[in-house]
Design a protein around this ligand. Structure first.
Ligand code: HDE
Length: 661
């Protein structure tokens, strides 16, 4: 680490110099060519940017540690999986489509990449937050990305798939129907990265000391559970704080709220077929539901330290699925196989050199001894003359290994998407229908829209296709022309497919959430503040006091946000302050009412504090709705906290299609 604070400015040759004044021919004269100092400063500035990642460009991350829960030597000889092993890690979170500077809350597949700096070398887990993918062959990846990024002849839309080339691609790749439906459900708009899973998508291979192979799929399961946004919030967050997710992670780590994930694996015997109970393990779009093969928890990831320098750490880190240690290996999945090449290649390009692995963020803690030499920016001075292997004159010595295999093919790409659709409750289904309507409603090319509805959605579910078509003005496929999922009681053999369904993760931790209280010069007294904080603080929930202006209010309470700086979309629940005199309703102006009602519209818990709370809610017309509470300050606070750990949101408030016809 380099610290330049308080030091005398120098040139990059270490010569003390003033680099803030140009050398000029007299006080009003031309700049002189001889000003080598400022010339170099400018030259460096001109080259400050490295190319952004071709995908997953927008990202951030943090350090932490991985701890093995036990002795997994029966599965693998990887050192980080052995009894008591604790390794340092860096995790980077990203979104696929948006470029640097975009909104990280946008609807997208989120990347979740982790580098374990273990004693036996770097082990990278480069996954996404969803367990399936859009394609099965790496040869299609450049086309997928060309199709989903902005339209090249227009330069828009950036950071989203609601346009013709994307849906034309999806139309030609039915194998992605399940993944796209996941992205279009509320799973595609997570609240932040502390509440997402990570998933490796492919099958990998463990190898133990006896050289026995066990196949596995890996997951990071968030100890905080899953939380998502409402789509309307996504659009507003993008406008007011497109860094919401990185701010959330950064602030929580600074506050000591370290997010944790359990490392869980589904294990499959390696009998040479790469099949498990009819599931093809070489097809990355095919998932094996947790109910069919429950994951086994092997360890824990904790993120507990923010980085120091954005460029040198999250931006310069190079992840690669090919970075595995001895004891972890691959399978012949044609998507994975191309990834084994592409990441090292892109790292070489981004760092303009194959020496990117020597950067502090990429360097293993394990010693590096090889014959890779020279090239741009080689930082090391190697001793000795022997730089070839094998050799007999004292250079590096080789270990050894390798294997070859083959795979089968599955074909009903819609069955898994149908299963997902059948796993959603009525509200989650509505959100997914709305997301299809948003995307296809923006595609603009009627042929592409109709093709996607007929060729994909209608093959997943006829009712879904008709609802989407109805909403975007396309021809509705005839009743019965596609499969009709029985959704009357929304039962599924695989509830794990949609962890956001109510009751699925009851009693979640509220750690790191933020609740806003609507205040002004009369509302929300210091007594109210203490009563609320007494219950929020132990659960590590923060309180934002939102008022017409920032600063101390006449009640003595300090407002830390105003209606100009903030928005209800940044908070997980809303309190309405009380003046303690029974006149709160009269104290709410239109802006604060709008603040509360927007949160209400997003399904959030609303708590009106004080004896006058019920009257306030009456005046807002929401007094008798679920998730709306009034009463004594402490009762209301407890109710809101319970709502946050339980249903989280009250989706009954969102409009739902009438599908009785
Ligand atoms: Fe990536 N992917 N990918 N990908 N990917 C990259 O590597 C690629 C795929 C994923 O925070 C790039 O360093 C190909 C699946 C994450 O730095 C690039 C194929 C999954 C990240 C690349 C895939 C991912 C990347 C761009 C198909 C989920 C961000 C910059 C054969 C399991 C890592 C870089 C970070 C980044 C190529 C498919 C996840 C170009 C060719 C499947 C999380 O190398």
């Amino acid at each position: 680490m380099v610290n330049t604070n308080g030091k005398i400015d120098t040139t990059d040759a270490g010569v003390q110099a003033n680099v803030s004044n140009s050398l000029r021919a007299g006080p009003r004269g031309y700049n002189l060519l001889e000003d080598t100092t400022v010339r170099k400063k400018m030259l460096h500035f001109d080259r400050e940017r490295a190319p952004e990642r071709v995908v997953h460009a927008l990202g951030h991350g943090a350090y932490g540690e991985f701890e093995s829960y036990g002795d997994w030597s029966n599965l693998s000889r990887a050192c980080w999986m052995q009894q008591g092993a604790v390794s340092e890690v860096f995790s980077r979170f990203s979104v696929v489509v948006a470029s640097v500077g975009g909104s990280e809350s946008g609807r997208d597949t989120h990347g979740f990449a982790t580098k374990i700096y273990s004693e036996c070398g770097n082990q990278d887990f480069v996954g996404n937050h969803l367990s399936s993918f859009f394609i099965n062959d790496g040869a299609d990846f450049p086309d997928l990305i060309h199709a989903v990024k902005f339209e090249v002849d227009k330069g828009f839309p950036t950071g989203g798939t609601a346009h013709p080339t994307a849906y034309d691609f999806f139309d030609h790749h039915p194998e992605g129907a399940f993944q796209l439906m996941n992205v279009l459900s509320d799973l595609g708009i997570p609240r932040d990265v502390r509440h997402i899973s990570g998933a490796g998508v492919h099958t990998f291979r463990f190898i133990n000391a006896q050289s026995q192979s066990t196949l596995f799929k890996w997951f990071w399961l968030p100890k905080l559970g899953h939380r998502s946004l409402a789509y309307d919030e996504v659009t507003k967050i993008a406008g007011k704080n497109n860094n919401f997710q990185r701010v959330d992670l950064y602030n929580n780590i600074e506050a000591g709220n370290y997010p944790e994930w359990e490392f869980a694996v589904q294990l499959f015997p390696d009998d040479g077929t790469y099949m498990y109970k009819g599931y093809d393990l070489l097809i990355p779009t095919v998932i094996v539901p947790f109910e069919v093969n429950p994951p086994v928890k092997l360890g824990k990831l904790t993120l507990n330290r923010n980085f120091n320098n954005f460029f040198a750490e999250p931006e310069s880190i190079s992840f690669a699925p090919s970075n595995v240690v001895d004891g972890v290996s691959f399978v012949p999945d044609p998507l994975l196989q191309w990834r084994l090449m592409s990441y090292d290649d892109t790292s070489t390009h981004r760092h303009n050199s194959p020496n990117g692995y020597t950067l502090p963020i990429n360097r293993p803690v394990a010693p590096v001894n090889n014959n890779y030499r020279d090239g741009y920016m080689q930082p090391y001075i190697f001793e000795g003359n022997s730089i070839s292997t094998p050799n007999g004159i004292g250079g590096v010595q080789e270990p050894g290994q390798n294997a070859t295999l083959q795979y089968a093919q599955a074909s009903d790409w819609f069955a898994q998407a149908r299963l997902f659709w059948g796993s959603l409750d009525v509200y989650a289904r509505q959100h997914t229908v709305d997301a299809y309507r948003f995307e296809l409603g923006n595609v603009g090319d009627a042929t592409v829209v109709q093709a996607y509805i007929d060729n994909t959605i209608n093959k997943v579910d006829n009712c879904l296709a008709r609802r989407v078509a109805y909403g975007v003005g396309a021809d509705m496929p005839a009743i019965g022309s596609g499969p009709m999922t029985n959704l009357t009681n929304a039962t599924t053999p695989y509830p794990s497919l949609y962890p956001l369904n109510p009751g699925q993760e009851a009693n979640k931790s509220n750690e790191g959430l933020t609740v806003a209280v609507v205040a002004n010069d009369t509302l929300f007294t210091e007594a109210g503040f203490h009563a609320v904080m007494a219950l929020l603080a132990p659960q590590k929930v923060s309180l934002a006091v939102v008022a017409p202006r920032i600063g101390e209010l006449q009640t003595g309470v300090t407002a830390n946000a105003s209606y100009i700086t903030t928005s209800s979309v940044f908070y997980d629940a809303i309190f309405i302050g009380s003046d303690g005199n029974g006149t709160t309703g009269a104290g709410l102006d239109l802006i604060s009412m709008g603040f509360v009602m927007e949160a209400y519209g997003h399904g959030k818990a609303i708590g009106a504090l004080g004896s006058d709370g019920a009257a306030t809610l009456q005046s807002l017309g929401i007094a008798n709705e679920p998730g709306v509470y009034s009463g004594a300050d402490s009762t209301v606070t407890s109710d809101v906290l319970a709502a946050l750990s339980g249903p989280v949101r009250f989706p009954q408030r969102f409009p739902v299609d009438d599908v009785s016809a």
